[in-house]
Design a protein around this ligand. Structure first.
Ligand SMILES: Nc1ncnc2c1ncn2[C@@H]1O[C@H](COP(=O)(O)OP(=O)(O)OP(=O)(O)O)[C@@H](O)[C@H]1O
Length: 554
């Protein structure tokens, strides 16, 4: 059976008339099953239920139902629906202030909401004299007040949300924050560093340890994924080893790249923390949110009365790119276009005449891909892993879609054709993307590497940082694929000297402010956007608003 024959395929419209027509069959199917089990056949309630399921697929935690044909009272009185926070606990759906949830998500939201408020309600004990002394020692020049404030907040609060754009010093601050907490708490402080993906955890560990190596009294720290921190007992898929009954032993838990953490995972994490553990959430809320439902970091930044520290001074980021990122962040399409068109060496806009690209639109992109491809092959042939890994970071083509004329498959093939694929199964100079986590080789989904000559007639694949390459034989690799281009989602958490972003037409639903911001902030030196004015405007002017109740009072 092909996907399109599958009557429950999410993309196939259910052949329905009446209120449920127009929704996808998977959503309608779930709603009809809920109705059959719960004894509800009112189409207006089933429509509301289908909308709640559909909302989850687009990243929202609930659906806001003001004015939809479901009708408030009909939905609230349904045997499928718990009405209000105090409604029965055994219904599949819950209605709270015009928002309709699948009940499980409402419970997760309540868990996160109450955990965060409880954390802020109690001051954390900190010796003020030891703390100030530690901060003065870590920041002798008093130059970055926001970073100092982050240390004070982490010491005196059980919840700290540390945000900022790229290069504003979030990782540096995490390292100093751990040092300050250790200085104030004395030895034996149990610190966990975690991130939503293995790749982000590896990056966090590396940067924090580089930083702590320069500080007195802090040993090397391990970072892990949130899933691994919570622990999965063998053979289970739904429960974690650490939960509200078997709490994590740590005194401090720092989570990096928190914008990628879903509501459900955040709920499991906060449940598993001891009330006296300090939680530090680090991330950039303007980036693309988690693949699963929720935008917890953004919601917390908007809703919390205190505990949030935003770093704004870019230390490793040109003013030119920072201005562009700010214009996008503020939703200012005119300034974004003006900055992109201004002809500065750090930013450019290639504007195709229509939604079809002509060869002249691709001259610069092709030159960059050919140059980085040639540098990869030269370094790879010379068995020079550091140079090959540097070449891998010089340029990256980012796209929004997977399929179609603006999609990953087409552009990866185009780039490969421009470079010319080498001979054999493992052509020397080929850039590779790891697509699964693999403990044995220590490689993570999202890691990138280059096939290089081993100098003895064979090949190895180089991974990691240029200063510290890791070499893996091809037969030891987990699943990999060539990486001549990447989706913006994939690029999250990585940076490149130059980035080319290929925008789809303005009508694409994937064009959002977060997509553009995330792509632009992947560039260290230069960003080139290929897209029409309409596409740029559509992106800047369309922030993703994932519906949730975390910003609301209850
Ligand atoms: N207070 C400071 N004074 C001077 N340099 C700083 C300061 N804080 C950070 N830096 C430098 O700025 C650079 C970026 O810092 P860092 O990697 O911590 O930022 P980040 O926000 O974690 O970036 P990213 O989001 O890209 O991971 C580093 O080279 C760091 O040494």
């Amino acid at each position: 059976m092909t996907t399109t024959d599958d009557p429950y395929a999410a993309t196939v419209p259910w052949r329905e008339t009446g209120l449920l027509s127009g929704l996808t069959s998977a959503d309608v199917h779930v709603a009809r099953r809920l109705g059959a089990i719960g004894g509800e056949d009112d189409e207006r309630v089933l429509l509301a239920a289908a909308l709640a399921v559909q909302a989850l697929r687009s990243g929202s935690v609930c659906v806001v139902l003001d004015g939809t044909p479901g009708g408030d009272d009909v939905v609230r009185r349904s045997p499928l629906v718990a009405d209000g926070p105090d409604g029965p606990a055994d219904r599949p759906l819950r209605w709270v202030d015009g928002r309709l949830y699948l009940d499980r998500y409402w419970r997760d939201e309540q868990t996160v909401r109450s955990a965060m408020h409880e954390r802020l309600a109690r001051p954390a004990p900190a010796d003020p004299v030891a703390l100030s002394a530690a901060i003065d020692r870590l920041y002798p020049s008093a130059s970055d007040e926001a970073q100092r404030e982050a240390l004070r907040t982490a010491a005196t609060s059980y919840l700290t949300v540390l945000t900022g754009g790229p290069g504003t010093g979030k990782t540096t601050t995490v390292a100093r924050l751990v040092a300050a907490l250790q200085a104030a708490a004395g030895p034996g402080l149990r610190v966990a560093l975690a991130a939503p993906t293995g790749k982000a955890a590896a990056r966090l560990q590396e940067s924090v340890n580089t930083e702590v190596a320069a500080l007195d009294g802090v040993g090397p720290l391990q970072a892990t994924t949130i899933h691994r921190l919570l622990g999965r007992p063998p053979g289970t898929t739904t429960r974690f080893r650490h939960d509200r009954l078997r709490r994590l032993p740590h005194d401090v838990v720092v989570v990096d790249e928190s914008s990628m953490v879903s509501l459900s995972l955040m709920a499991r994490l906060v449940e598993a923390l001891r009330p006296t553990a300090r939680l530090v959430l680090v991330g950039d809320p303007d980036q693309l949110a988690s693949v699963e439902a929720g935008a917890v970091l953004g919601d917390l930044v908007a809703a919390l009365p205190r505990g949030v520290v935003r770093l704004t001074r870019a230390h490793r980021y040109g003013a030119s790119l920072a201005a562009l990122a700010e214009a996008i962040r503020h939703g200012d399409a005119d300034t974004t276009l003006a900055l992109l068109r201004s002809g500065d060496e750090h930013r450019s806009l290639v504007e195709p005449a229509a939604d079809r690209l002509s060869p002249s639109d691709l001259v610069g992109l092709r030159a960059d891909i050919e140059a980085s491809g040639a540098a990869l092959v030269d370094a790879a042939r010379a068995n020079d892993a550091p140079a090959a890994l540097r070449a891998l970071g010089t340029h990256r083509l980012l796209v929004a879609h997977r399929e179609g004329p603006f999609g990953l498959a087409h552009w990866a093939a185009t780039a490969e054709a421009w470079i010319g694929s080498g001979a054999g199964a493992w052509p020397v100079g080929r850039p590779l993307l790891v697509t699964e986590n693999d403990r044995a080789s220590g490689l993570y989904n999202g890691d990138t590497g280059v096939v290089i000559s081993d100098g003895l007639g064979g090949v190895v694949v180089a991974f990691g940082e240029p200063e510290n390459p890791r070499l893996v034989r091809p037969h030891r690799l987990p699943a990999v694929q060539p990486v001549h281009a990447m989706t913006v989602h994939r690029g999250q958490g990585s940076q490149f000297d130059r980035v080319t972003l290929l925008l789809p037409p303005a009508t694409s639903p994937l064009l959002t402010r977060e997509l553009l911001y995330t792509a632009v902030t992947r560039a260290r030196e230069k960003v080139r956007v290929i897209g029409t004015e309409d596409a740029v405007r559509a992106a800047v002017e369309r922030p993703v608003r994932r519906a949730s109740g975390l910003r609301e009072p209850r």
